[in-house]
Design a protein around this ligand. Sequence first.
Ligand SMILES: [Zn+2]
Length: 236
Amino acid sequence: MKDTKTLFQHGTLALLVPGLFDGTIKMDEFMKHGDTGIGTGEGLDGELIVVAGVAYQIDGAGNVNKLDSRFTLPFGNMHFADYQPLKQVDGLDFVNFPENILATGGLANSFFSVKLHGTFKTMQTRSIDKQSKPYHTLAECAGKQHVFDGEDKTGTVIAYYAPQLFNGVAVGGFHSHFLADDLSQGGHILDFTGFSGDVELQVFDNLAQSLPVNDPEFKNHDFSKDDIEGAIKASE
Ligand SMILES: [Zn+2]
């Protein structure tokens, strides 16, 4: 039976802050942990979204590509979907999205995923070109992001929420990626307006944290000097 109560996380966003972008898990291994997820590729090679067991990369040019099993990731979240209907909304904006979901009550201290499907009046996403070594910091790379603006898009948002109390292992708050049904747009969400459609929720009992323990750079990096929260707030 599929474990729908566990959120799998490989790496952490904190690894990306100082520029630890080496791919430390292969797509075929990552996909063993679910059929739904988000992540980024080696060298920040695009934004990833996994919907219904199919993995897509939104590359720096904004193209939506299907991923093969050899693709590697420094960071990703994955789970087996068992979303429950939460509500229908009409005209929800991204700026109000966290408050709208947390108003459900009793969620703030849990890991959970939210799936949206419907239409978005506007959708703004970003992606980053693959970086080459030596890698710069996340903040430096975020300055090179490409921004894509869509209008009247129908598609899916996969969002993960981490409680503030786990800041560090995760980054407190929501991390959301988008994929248009017609594959015309995708990426890490910067903003959307006017979402009308279905909101579904899946709460996790367990967090399975996988670390790149065979990666020499990870093993030897001193994280004590990285402003992890500041850098992620600025670039995510
Ligand atoms: Zn992202």
